[in-house]
Design a protein around this ligand. Structure first.
Ligand SMILES: *Cc1c(COP(=O)(O)O)cnc(C)c1O
Length: 387
């Protein structure tokens, strides 16, 4: 056998270091049977680790829409949307999303990651500034860094800090983007959008929200800009089709000129193949399901709130509830213990969350049985929180 190359040795050393600090990640084969039950290592588990909040990945109407689109348009898009990959379903979905968000236009992207890494550099350059919430999703950070502009972190949900930064820095830059999750993916709390929108207006900054975990589950299903009951003016409303909508892909909603500029400038749209027609059709069917059943969108948050009430945790604002343990090894042990109890609750470790805040991230869906939620809370109470 050939001697290991320097590349292999590099990889092995890196892996050994991650192993020693309990931060190595591996893929566990997981077959999802329906919206909540999965099979892993030969066992059937109730999953609290899927973002399929409305269980639409397995909804009959959503599956049928995808199958019909495959029959009509084939499997792949065939090219970038800018070349020949812009099949007719895109226009319909974009009109639906713009109407839902009350904006002039929308543009669909291949994924949330592609959206944020394409949109931000399309609008922001070296002479501009980006302010990002400390806990914002990794792809907002990556998009901000790709823009070449200075990127400054603000304390999580701290509008006073944002105001200070704008007061001190606004005049030195041409344009300023404020970017935040609408619903925070690992903490489940909502951004203070009314206050941020007020600051954006006062300082002529551009507010961008990432509503990956808001669409379909907060604001009556319309997302975080509608969560307070009073619509917030947000210039750039990004979100994904991959969580509550049960499929894949992402979108940005905004004014017509902004969307037109993004269409002609976002490199992750121009140089990446369009979404498969089936996935676009599925997203529209998912929007139909949500529109036709107003009680459905409210259910995941109701389930999360039942759980936080039972454990005396802060009342859930979204379907996501963090149980912060701190230590990565203890978090993995807690996850393994829950797996023995029949629950899939994936451990979340740094760098996905800040150092020393490893946690169980519990995601509730419309179809989780109430008695199983009570049993999960009982087990966490006695064996994780130890009270
Ligand atoms: C999941 C997620 C993304 C990435 O979306 P994908 O479509 O999975 O690439 C972006 N932002 C947030 C807040 C997310 O939770």
């Amino acid at each position: 056998m050939a001697a290991p190359s320097s590349l292999d040795i590099y990889a092995q050393t890196k892996l050994a270091n991650l192993e020693a600090t309990h931060l190595r990640r591996t893929l566990a084969e997981t077959a999802r049977e329906d919206g909540v039950w999965v099979t892993r290592n030969g066992r059937r588990l109730l999953s609290f680790s899927c973002n399929d909040y409305l269980n639409l990945t397995h909804h009959p109407a959503v599956k049928e829409a995808a199958i019909a689109a495959v029959q009509q348009y084939g499997v792949g898009a065939g090219a970038s949307r800018l070349v020949t990959g812009n099949h007719p379903l895109f226009t319909q979905l974009e009109a639906r999303l713009a109407a839902l968000k009350e904006t002039e236009a929308a543009c669909v992207f291949g994924s949330g990651y592609l959206a944020n890494t394409g949109i931000i550099p399309a609008l922001i350059g070296r002479n501009d500034l980006v302010l990002v919430d400390k806990l914002a999703h990794a792809c907002i950070w990556d998009g901000a860094r790709l823009s070449g502009a200075p990127v400054v972190e603000f304390r999580h949900n701290d509008v006073v800090h944002v105001e200070q930064l704008l007061t001190n820095m606004r005049a030195k830059y041409r344009h300023v983007l404020i970017a935040t999750d609408g619903v925070f993916s690992m903490d489940g709390d909502l951004a203070p959008l009314h206050d941020l929108a007020g600051l954006a207006e006062r300082f002529d900054a551009w507010l961008m929200t990432d509503d990956a975990h808001g669409l379909g589950v907060v604001g009556g299903g319309r997302g975080s800009t509608f969560a307070s009951g009073r619509k917030v003016e947000v210039a750039l409303q990004m979100g994904t089709l991959s969580k509550a909508l049960g499929g894949y892909g992402a979108y940005i909603c905004g004014s017509q000129p902004v969307i037109d500029l993004i269409r002609t400038r976002a490199r992750t749209l121009i140089y990446s193949t369009g979404l498969p027609p089936a996935i676009v059709a599925a997203a529209m069917a998912a929007l139909d399901v949500i529109a036709g059943d107003p009680a459905l969108a409210a259910r995941p948050v109701q389930k999360a709130q039942a759980f936080t009430r039972q454990l005396n945790l802060p009342l859930a604002e979204s379907p996501i509830v963090p149980v912060v343990i701190g230590d990565a090894l203890k978090t993995m042990e807690a996850s393994r213990m829950l797996e023995e109890e029949g629950f899939l609750v994936a451990p979340i470790r740094p760098p996905t969350v800040p150092a020393k805040t490893a946690r169980l991230r519990i995601a509730f869906t419309a179809a989780h049985p109430d008695d199983e939620i009570r049993r999960l809370a009982d087990v966490i109470q006695s064996r994780v929180l130890g009270r």
